[in-house]
Design a protein around this ligand. Sequence first.
Ligand code: 5RP
Length: 212
Amino acid sequence: MKHMAAEAALDYIEVGDVVGVGTGSTANAFIDLLPNIKGKIDGTVASSKATEDRLRQYGFPILNLNRTGSLPIYVDGADEATRNKHLIKGGGGALTREKIVAAASEKFVCIVDKTKLVDVLGEFPLAIEVIPLAQSLVSRAVIKLGGQPELRTGFTTDNGNIIIDVRNLDLKDATTVESTLNHITGVVSNGIFAKRPADVLIVGNEGQVDTY
Ligand code: 5RP
């Protein structure tokens, strides 16, 4: 189902595109298909070191987002997605760079399998990237908001920070919670993608893809 969603995303790539590429197993399925359209792509921008390594193995040029300007397209997976294209991301801990590349892209194509489709976000723990010094400060603030924070042990982000996974937050108004969390001092970013949602959501189902 991941492969089917990844394959459908290829249709959104146009000749000469510089493609932003996400992180995780679904994004990897997409990367593994990119050699089929290698001639169309002018370059790639990676959302993590892991993605950069994988793209490099296939011989794709990796470009610096500070040099490319805005990108025509970004393709990435998600941990949860609603039909109105709000997402939870960050299961792989790459949320901040993913958010940056998504923000810099004209079209964000999100590819998921059907297990990720939900009516309301919030079952999957919400990742928050935090400056290490602020771990306790941020955890206390999250508890005040009703969340249950847990440090992701043995994990450091590509930016040298920690991840706090939060359960039990009410995400019915995902846009507001995204902003509230971003305003806690010490938070780098959080895994709600509602202020900048996906533009296209491709859901791999048994034998077909559904597009929203
Ligand atoms: C990484 C992410 C991934 O997109 C998300 O965790 C989904 O991963 P997978 O495709 O392996 O299920 O946000 O930070």
